[in-house]
Write a protein that binds this ligand. Structure first.
Ligand code: MN
Length: 282
């Protein structure tokens, strides 16, 4: 199933090039009281809601004509994987504008980082550069969404904990600051256009993906080149943190990162996850 959050926080099921409004299914969520449980409660309850979501039949609109918000509304955490494709490690070591004089190690040494939840936006909200004169880059990434609570998850069972996938842009300022600071500005975590349940993706570690800026292809690769694949990323994240439904893992970006400027148009896709279109403003 493919789900979107659209317009004024409507929930939609994608049917071809249309969105079916299935917002009424949210009335089935438990009546939560403060303090609210951690995680995204739509994803927590998704196993019992899949049937009603499939059967619901509300108003239809063209997918291309709705305002697309982040399909995950309330993540507990957003993880990023730095330097998880060898060709991006190599380009980072070769370019002073990327490494600022530091030796760049791959994910085995770096582990993961966190992006502020407030950086999360959907494609229709766009990217606001907003970091002065510093260079801001695009990074196209496969994103995995956690489906159930877990800690110390073994890689052999890790995909049991993945609810689905989405296309992500891990927008990044280049500079000397801590990675979390450089990647946490408002709008720096673009997610969309939809959430695709894991049953629709045969192998997350064999998906072609690419990004074009103003019609120019900037990055193109396949997730088979991940140094730590999806299972190992779930294992690594859960080795230190309890994972909750709706947690978001940006899996890393390949070579070809490049600067964004106000007015840029971005088109990005991962096989089977739809086409993410967004715009950049200064
Ligand atoms: Mn990244």
């Amino acid at each position: 199933m493919k789900l979107v959050r659209f317009n004024d926080d409507r929930l939609g099921r994608v049917d071809g090039d249309e969105v079916v409004d299935v917002t009424d299914v949210l009335n089935r969520l438990p009546p939560y009281r403060w303090p609210f449980p951690r995680g995204d409660q739509l994803i927590t309850n998704l196993p019992s809601l899949l049937g009603p979501l499939q059967q619901a039949n509300g108003k239809r609109e063209k997918l291309s004509e709705v305002k697309l918000l982040s399909p995950i509304a309330n993540p507990d955490k957003i993880f990023g994987a730095a330097l998880n494709y060898r060709d991006h490690v190599d380009e980072s070591n070769a370019d002073a504008a990327l490494n600022f004089g530091n030796q760049i190690a791959a994910i085995e040494k770096n582990g993961l980082f966190l992006k502020a939840n407030s950086s999360l936006v959907g494609p229709s909200e766009g990217i606001s550069l907003g970091f002065g004169d510093l260079r801001v880059d695009h990074e196209i990434e496969l994103v995995a969404i956690i489906g159930k609570t877990g800690r110390r998850i073994d890689r052999d069972h890790a995909l049991d904990y993945v609810a689905g996938y989405s296309v992500g842009l891990d927008i990044s300022v280049r500079g000397t600051q801590e990675r979390t600071f450089r990647k946490s500005a408002d709008t720096y975590a673009v997610l969309g256009p939809m959430f695709v349940t894991a049953d629709e993706i045969a192998d997350p570690n064999n998906l072609d993906f690419w990004i074009e800026v103003n019609g120019e292809r900037r990055q193109a690769s396949n997730t088979r080149y991940l140094i730590f694949n999806v299972q190992r990323l779930v294992e690594l994240a859960s080795s230190v943190c309890t994972l909750y439904p709706g947690d978001i893992i940006y899996t890393g970006t390949p070579a070809g990162v490049g600067q964004l400027l106000g007015g840029d148009n971005i088109v990005a896709t991962v096989d089977g996850l739809g086409v993410l279109r967004t715009e950049v403003s200064a």
